[in-house]
Design a protein around this ligand. Structure first.
Ligand code: CAA
Length: 378
């Protein structure tokens, strides 16, 4: 067993770490104003982050899942909103297009997405289909050479700024989840409208919207995979997506810890740095242990996927643990900062707000436990 990263992995981590420093100066203002990080998209494209796991021939960086995790971890330490924009784009859109898309779909859609010329969004959730993802009310009626798409999607990350959407919809309702399809929908298709931006607690500079489809004609060639493959496609996509969210949560936890550790060495009470008080030392020790465990689970899930082994349980375990650690220790980081932790300039209050969503999206903590338990008991 080798816990040492390869030179290539160390290099990509360094590149992401350096890039994250560029994100830092404006992160508070972007959070306050819910401003999307448009200015940084060209740099992320140049660094290969917009298509990190996509093969080079389709415009990507041709790297593995571990490289992807390292990039997300470093970016989330500083700016969790930018991390989730990348995560939804890479895990939920590009991965499935590369894995199951036709050659024509890859040439038309995957290449511009992987080069960062376009942004992707994944539309599964609905007002009445969150945890119960197979309960799709959006319909894709088969009209011969096109599908007629009708319905509403909720909570769509990159919803306003994306160009290409993978939309899950029911075609054969009698077949239940086996009658669901996944369609590639372009912004601007007639009948496709985007709702107002959600005003969120955290990850405020990522954009989250509802999507409305009213008799949208989607060409048949925009269906990914065979008829009825949409639910399996979504489940497989989410398995990989959960590794991305685990990495985001890991970054939030590690970023909170870095700030708390540095502050504890500077801040003095009762004549010494607060890091010399045992009450603070116990908190720092718990953070170190929990974050390292989250890191090992997340890297192992990425490694398992990269080995071509089944990774649904590993992804759920990593996402469950990393998100709980992110929540717990971002709260502790605020506590260590005392009153300073409650104001924006010290960054930890933002990380605490950003942490919460990692326990909710791409399956709540309860859904992760369900997936793990089903795997154990199968
Ligand atoms: N891989 C492949 N196939 C899978 C699978 C997987 N991981 N999980 C289930 N399936 C297949 C099953 O084999 C089964 O197929 P057959 O009937 O052909 O055998 C079919 O799917 C149905 O399986 P289940 O009966 O297990 O499905 P279920 O209805 O009980 O649901 C669930 C399982 C895990 C709870 C699922 O609904 C789920 O993941 N829910 C959470 C949804 C979620 O994460 N939503 C997040 C939205 S996206 C988002 O949040 C993005 C963002 O903003 C960043």
């Amino acid at each position: 067993m080798n816990f040492e990263l390869s030179e290539e992995h160390k290099m990509i981590r360094e590149a992401a770490r350096a890039f994250a420093q560029e994100l830092k100066p404006g992160v508070i203002l972007r959070d306050e104003g819910a401003v999307f990080p448009f200015d940084f998209m060209p740099s992320m494209a140049d660094l290969g982050f917009m298509g990190i796991m996509v093969p080079i021939q389709y415009g990507g960086a041709g790297m593995d899942t571990l490289a992807y995790v390292l990039v997300l971890e470093e970016i989330a330490k500083i700016d969790a909103s930018t991390a989730v924009i990348l995560s939804a784009h890479n895990s939920l859109v590009l991965w499935g297009l590369n894995e199951y898309g036709s050659e024509e779909q890859k040439l038309k859609y995957l290449i511009p997405l992987a080069k960062g010329k376009k942004l992707g969004a994944f539309a599964l959730s609905e007002p009445e289909a969150g945890s119960d993802a197979s309960s799709q009310h959006t319909t894709a009626e088969d009209k011969g050479d096109y599908y007629l798409l009708n319905g509403t999607k909720n909570w769509i990350t990159n919803g306003g700024n994306a160009d290409i959407y993978l939309v899950i919809a029911q075609t054969h309702s009698k077949l239940g989840h086996r009658g669901i399809n996944v369609l590639i929908v372009e912004k601007g298709m007639e009948g496709f409208t985007i709702g107002p931006k959600e005003n969120k607690l955290g990850i405020r500079s990522s954009d989250t919207h509802s999507l409305m489809f009213d008799d949208v004609k989607v060409p048949k060639e925009n269906r990914i995979g065979p008829d009825g493959f949409g639910f399996k496609f979504a489940m497989k996509t989410l398995d990989g997506g959960r590794i991305g969210i685990a990495a985001q949560a890991l970054g939030i936890a590690a970023g909170s810890y870095d700030l708390a550790l540095a502050y504890s060495k500077e801040r003095k009470t009762f004549g010494k740095s607060i890091s010399n008080h045992q009450a603070i030392q116990f908190k720092l020790a718990d953070m170190e242990v929990d974050i390292e465990a989250a890191r090992l689970l997340t890297y192992k899930a990425a490694w398992t996927k990269d080995q071509g082994l089944p990774y649904g349980k590993e992804a759920a375990m990593a996402k469950l643990h990393a998100s709980e650690v992110a929540m717990k220790h971002s709260v502790e980081a605020v506590q260590i900062h005392g009153g300073y932790g409650y104001v924006k300039e010290y960054h930890v209050e933002r990380l605490m707000r950003d942490a919460k969503i990692t326990q909710i999206y791409e399956g709540t903590s309860e859904i992760q436990r369900l997936i793990i338990a089903r795997d154990i008991l199968k």
